[in-house]
Design a protein around this ligand. Structure first.
Ligand SMILES: CC(C)(COP(=O)(O)OP(=O)(O)OC[C@H]1O[C@@H](n2cnc3c(N)ncnc32)[C@H](O)[C@@H]1OP(=O)(O)O)[C@@H](O)C(=O)NCCC(=O)NCCS
Length: 341
């Protein structure tokens, strides 16, 4: 029996982006005493001047909802128009049901297909790849892609290796049908032999196996900073260049570069290795947002478009990389001028 798949492929693009930044800005000076550090050291090593931390009663889903509603409204749509939600996160504190279905209840849309993905700081680019394929193959019409993190819940503020890096925030895009190709091929993969370079341990099962054991600790992020730094600096530039070439662009014809906001020095190194000319606008949201993992690329995209409205509709190379270690990159056409504020 031959199975029929009658849908004609269609093009997809980002229709709009939305963002939510918690109100509380935390400067380095608030963190340095507990980790014997200084504002200068943090700025020099990472570029981070301040980051946002959500309030204790402000949840991951509160932030995701705000960014999603903004993206949907800017696309000129209403939540009922969304027929699939892909939620990229590593900080939703429940294993089931998914963050995506909690978000659906908040959007008053109870019927869209909804699922989470765990690809850490590459999560947004992984989700864009899936959403693009879903729209292209007409499995869905308007896909809401959310990258949201409340990493302050999983960061040990006494850990010198992580306390100053991770932060909270949410970004969302709506990906829908388009006349032209608005999202290029995704280049993605993993280097799983170094999967212990960034960990969130122990697992829930450890608490069950060792009831009453008090020294298990909370599952905070632990990372081998230098291993991650070296991997990002040496491995990611060739991947980003492959994504650029796959879309038929070159460093000279690219308008904007929006890498995962992990560290300003990693961004500098990528720009240099890829030989990006000065004409390419580079997103530097890390300085006031910290590393928000799956939220960092849509947050940086939103900030850039707010500052430079002339970049709407321009080409942008996105590249995400992080725990796994996993990576993904693709060229997108930045969303058009929003239909609503
Ligand atoms: C985390 C990171 C900033 C640490 O910088 P580093 O140069 O690798 O730091 P090291 O651990 O090698 O330590 C270097 C020196 O700084 C000191 N140091 C380490 N942490 C410090 C801190 N928080 N404040 C002040 N000094 C610190 C060390 O004691 C050491 O001092 P010494 O030279 O006198 O022995 C850096 O490794 C990094 O950015 N890695 C990538 C992290 C990342 O982006 N993760 C997310 C990926 S998605």
């Amino acid at each position: 029996m031959a199975i029929k798949f009658s849908a004609e492929p269609q093009n997809a693009r980002i229709l709009a982006v939305g963002a939510y930044r918690p109100a509380r800005s935390v400067p380095n000076s608030e963190l340095v005493d507990r980790i014997e550090s200084t504002d200068e050291w943090i700025q020099q090593r990472t570029g981070i001047e301040s980051r946002r931390f959500a309030d204790a009663d402000e949840s991951l889903i509160d932030m995701a909802t705000a960014s999603s509603l903004q993206a949907i409204s800017r696309a000129g749509l209403v939540p009922e128009n969304i027929d699939a939600v892909i939620f990229a996160t590593i900080s939703y504190p429940y294993q089931a049901p998914s963050a995506a279905t909690e978000l659906l209840t908040r959007l008053n849309n109870s019927t869209a297909a909804a699922f989470d993905i765990s690809a850490a700081c590459a999560g947004f680019c992984y989700a864009v790849a899936l959403a693009n394929d879903m729209v292209r193959s007409r499995t869905a019409t308007n896909v809401l892609v959310v990258g949201a993190e409340k990493l302050s819940d999983f960061t040990d503020l006494d850990d010198r290796a992580t306390a100053f890096i991770f932060a909270d925030g949410a970004g969302a895009v709506v990906i829908g049908p388009s006349q032209d190709v608005g999202i290029g091929p995704t280049v993605w993969g993993a280097n799983s032999e170094t999967r212990d370079a960034i960990l969130l341990e122990p697992s829930y099962l450890e608490y069950k196996k060792h009831p009453g054991k008090t020294d298990l600790g909370w599952p905070n992020i632990a990372q081998q900073g230098q291993t991650v730094f070296r991997w990002a600096v040496y491995e990611i530039a060739p991947i980003a260049l492959r994504a650029l070439a796959a879309a038929g662009l070159t460093p000279e014809t690219l308008d904007v570069f929006i890498p995962h906001q992990a560290n300003d020095r990693i961004i500098d190194s990528l720009v240099k290795s890829m030989k990006l000319p000065d004409s390419v606008v580079v997103a530097r949201d890390i300085r006031t947002s910290g590393n928000t993992s799956s939220a960092s690329i849509p947050l940086a995209m939103d900030a850039l478009l707010a500052e430079r409205p002339d970049l709407h509709g321009k080409s942008a190379l996105l590249v995400g990389f992080g725990a796994g270690l996993v990576y993904a990159g693709q060229v997108v056409e930045l969303p058009p001028v929003p239909k609503n504020k």
